[in-house]
Design a protein around this ligand. Structure first.
Ligand SMILES: Cc1cc2nc3c(=O)[nH]c(=O)nc-3n(C[C@H](O)[C@H](O)[C@H](O)COP(=O)(O)O)c2cc1C
Length: 151
C-alpha cells in the first residue's frame, strides 16, 4: 500500500481546516494510507517512509510559516543524502497573497529533491468553508495519482 503524508503547520487553525478537508479527499482512495501530521510531529522518517507528501502552511511575512520551515531545517540533511525524489504538492492559507509561501517551499524542496506534481492550492483566510470541495478534490487527486502510479 502506498503511503501519503500531509505535513502542515497552523497558528489560528485556518490551515488546519484546509488540511482536514484535504485529508478527507485523500481518504477516498482506499489503496493509499494517508497520515495527517503537524509539522512539529513530523521528522525525516516521515519523508523517508512516504511515497508522496502534501505540505500545508499559512503565509507569514511573505514566506512559509516558521513551523513548517523548522520541519525543513530538521530534515534536510537526513533526507537529501537518500535522493528520495517523491512527488509533492502544497496548500497555503493566506490573508491576501500566498505566493511567497509557495515560492519558499518550492525552492527548498528542489534540494531534497522532491517532485512537484500539482499546482499549489492557495485559499484566502475567510474562504475556508466555501472552498471545501476544492480542498477535498485536491487531496483526492494527489492520492489517486499515487494509487494509479501516475507519479
Ligand atoms: C505574523 C503573520 C504574518 C502574516 N503574513 C501574511 C503574508 O505575508 N501574506 C498573507 O497573505 N497573509 C499573511 N498573514 C495572514 C495569514 O496567512 C492568514 O491569516 C492565514 O489564514 C493564517 O493561517 P492559520 O490560521 O492556519 O495560522 C499573516 C498572519 C500572521 C499572523
Amino acid at each position: 500500500m502506498k503511503k501519503l503524508s500531509i505535513v502542515y503547520h497552523t497558528q489560528s487553525k485556518s490551515t488546519e481546516k484546509l488540511a482536514n478537508y484535504i485529508y478527507e479527499g485523500c481518504l477516498k482512495e482506499n489503496s493509499v494510507e494517508t497520515h495527517l501530521l503537524l509539522a512539529a510531529e513530523a521528522d525525516s522518517s516521515t519523508l523517508l517512509s512516504s511515497n508522496g507528501v502534501i505540505f500545508g502552511t499559512p503565509e507569514n511575512f511573505g514566506y512559509m510559516s516558521g513551523g513548517l520551515k523548522d520541519f525543513f531545517d530538521r530534515t534536510f540533511y537526513k533526507v537529501e543524502e537518500k535522493n528520495i525524489n517523491i512527488p509533492y504538492c502544497t496548500f497555503v492559507s493566506a490573508g491576501n497573497d500566498g505566493t511567497g509561501a509557495v515560492t519558499s517551499i518550492e525552492r527548498i524542496v528542489k534540494g531534497y529533491p522532491l517532485i512537484k506534481v500539482a499546482e499549489p492550492l492557495i485559499i484566502f483566510g475567510k474562504q475556508v468553508n466555501s472552498n471545501k470541495k476544492k480542498c477535498v478534490d485536491f487531496g483526492h487527486g494527489m492520492a489517486a495519482g499515487l494509487a494509479l502510479g501516475i507519479y
